[in-house]
Each structure stands twice: as structure tokens, then as C-alpha cells.
Design a protein around this ligand. Sequence first.
Ligand code: PFF
Length: 493
Amino acid sequence: MRDRWSSRTIFILAAVGSAVGLGNVWRFPYLTYKFGGGAFLIPFLIALMVLGTPLLILEFALGQKLQKGAIHAFQHVHHRLGGIGFLAITASFIVVVYYAAILAWALVYFVKSFTFNLPWVGDAEGYFFGNVLQLTDSISQIGGVNWWLFLALGVVWLAIYYCVRKGVDSIGKSLKILVPLPLVLLGVLLIRGLTLEGSLTGIYYYIRPDFNALLSTDLWLAAASHVFFTLSIGFGIMIAYASYNDKKQDITENSYITSISDAAISLFAGFVVFAIVGYMAHSTASTVADVATAGPGLAFVVFPQALSMMPLPWLFSILFFLTLLTLGLDSAFSMVEGIIVVLGDFFKATHKKLAMIVCGSAFVLGIIFTTRAGLYFLDIVDHFLSHFGLVLVGLFECIAIGWIYGPEKLRTYINSVSDWHLGAWWDYVIKYFMPAVLIILLVVQMYHEFTVPYEGYPIWALEVGWLVVIIPLVIAIGMALHGSKTSVKCCKK
Ligand code: PFF
């Protein structure tokens, strides 16, 4: 008998917990700021509604109907298509390996915040690169393992293992803390942020609409690719999570609740980030544009510096890094669970044993990111995977359902269990619109890649990035040529 979520609420918490993560705090606000402030919301919401949510509906429907993880689900669609699931879970595995490394940095900062004199006061940048990462000058100098990061990574993996060890039971329990807690913490940080001088200037920069930006294709492409990452689609996770639902769950409602919550939390996080960035610009007499940044630079340089300039710096540092840790942990373990569900479809081992194998091997692989050149590797792997890996999986998913399985067939099932019925528009989106957009996205990104090699890294390093995408792709093609003996039957009780 397949495991089940204890309630629908827990399933929704799991999906929202996966979707809401570091991407909401350090990517969305920056994209909004960079691409025309309030105007970015238009492409973002459109991409969310016409790309993200329809694909989320597809993944929820597939997992729930077939009661399988990603590989078996696609093998059911066609016995040669298991490779799509394989691509999805390799993407998950690789992302979680470096996502956990980022959580390890957050853990180091969290621990270091328990002091009245924060160690990064005055030089947050030097502290991050020099003390925490001990970054070497180039990717060619590996520089050995940084043992503090190694230790922190071990603790993060123990926490992830602890959350997933008993499957839906332990996941359900951790979600009751990991979903609401960061929201409360963000609320506290927002109130603190709004009461600081300069915060309103920051917020003004964040939301001021520049409608001219809507004419840029880059803006639309950025919105489309962000929607994939932020909703955790193309990773096989939402398929795995939905496979723990009984087959009568309302799919459309669950999908809209998940995507709207994710968008709302992104927006909310943007206010927090820009209130504090505005304060920092004010205190250092610089402009918001000089201070605003995305990714690790925001969370580990700009924010620590801003926090260190506030009254009670240690308290707000503790709260901020706890927010990052709690936001990221449920996203991280969702990737692990997506892989465990697939392994469980193939092997009879207990959930605990599979969890141990996945967490143990991801930890060992993650050691590369704890070396003194770890940040470079992380940057390259993240770049190639988020630009090519996910888009490819999304494209294959749409082709598999749109052209082989038949979107009407899946829609009939979705409508039979959902209050809100999907119209035939969904079939067109899956069959034509989404593949067209994703192909354009791929071609444009490929063009960028070959005309401006990413960040001037040496060729061998970029080749490593390409291999991260190409090796799983070759394996998936091999699976397609070989095919499995029979297609997987649906829905064994
Ligand atoms: N959606 C998460 C975020 O926005 O941070 C990241 C993520 C989690 C991506 C899980 C993929 C995934 F499978």
C-alpha cells in the first residue's frame, strides 16, 4: 500500500514548501527590480498562469493518476520515455547537492550570529569570500577542503535526512514548522525594515513600474525561466509528491493554491529585501541600484552588512539566517524525496535505507562545493542546470503529454476530480504554446552561451557545466533507444 499524506493541507504545505525557497528571496526581488520594477509583475504573472501553473497541473495530474515517481510515470506514457523522468531526477539530485552547500553557508552565518560583535562588521564582502569560503583566485586552484564548511554541510545533510527518513510522516511533521516559521520571520524582518530610514526609497525602487521594459524580450524570457525554478517544476518533485495523494484530490485547485502562494510570498519577500536594501543605501550614502544584487551576493554580503548596521544586529542576523535555513530546508528535502520515490518504484528497500543512500551520496558529492574553489563550481553547475536542464525537462514533458499521451485524456481525468474544470485551452498550451516558448528560450540561451562564454571561466570549466547537462541527456536518449520491456501499468493497488 502506497504511503499517503495525512491530509490535503499537508500535501499543499509540502508543495508550497518545495516551491518557496531561496529563489523567492534572492532571485525574484532582484529580477523585479532589474526588469522594470512593478512592470515585471505583468510578465511574471502571465508566465505563472500560462506556463507555470499548466505545467504544475500536468505534474500533479501525472503523479496522482499514475501513483508513481517520475521515471515510471513517463514509462507509463510510453515505454521509451522513462528517460524524461531520469533527467528530472538527475536535475533534482544535482541541484540539491549545491542547494545544501548554500544552506551550509547559511548555517555558518547563523552560528556566527550568536555574538554581540558580528564578525563581518565593516567588511561583509571580505568576510564572506575570505573567511567563510576562503575562495581561491580561480577555479583552477581547488585549494583543498574547507573543514568548517564540510562540517556545516554534514549538519545540513543530517537535518535533511531527519526530515525525510520516514517519508510522508516525518515530512508532514517538519512542514508544520518549516512553512509557517519563515513567513513569521519575514514578517518580523519587514516590520523592522519598514521602521528604518531609507526603507521606503528601497521599496519605491522595487515597485516603481517602468512599462517600457515590457518591450524587452529578455524580460519575458527571464520571467518564463524563473517560473520553472520557483515552482520546482521539471524536477519530478511535484510528480512524486502528488503520487502520495489519493486519486480523488482536486488537482486544479491544489495547483492554483500552490502557484498563487508562491507568487504572493515572492512579492512579500521583495518588500523585506528592498526595505533593508534601501536602508543600507541610505546609511552608506549610495543608491539602491549600487546596492541591489541577487544570489549569494545579496544573502551573504549585502544583507549581513545591512544587518550589522542595525540596532541589535545579532538578533536580526539570527532571524535572517534562520529564515534562509527554514525556507531552504523544505525545498532541499523535496528534491531528495522526489528521488527516493523513484528509487522506491524500482527497489524494495525501506524508505529509511533509500533516504540514507541518497543523502549520503549527495553529501559526498557536495564535498566539491566545500573546497576553496567551491563557489566557482556551484556557479557553473547552477548556471547550466537552470538555463538548460529544467527547460529541457519541461519541453520533453509537454511533448510526451501533448503529442503522445494526449492532453485531452489527462484533462478528462483532471476534470473528473476537480471542482474547477479546465477548458480545451490547456491542451493547446501543453501541445503547442509551451513547447514553442521553451524552444525559443533554449535557442536564445544557447545563442548567449556561445557568443558570450559564461563569466569568462576557462573552457574546461564550462565543459564540466555542459557535461552536467549532456551526460544525463545521453543516458535518457539511451533509455529511449533501448526502451523498457513493457510500459508500466497504471495504478496497481
Ligand atoms: N523552488 C525553490 C526555490 O524557489 O528556491 C527551488 C527548488 C526547490 C527548485 C526544489 C527545484 C526543486 F526541486
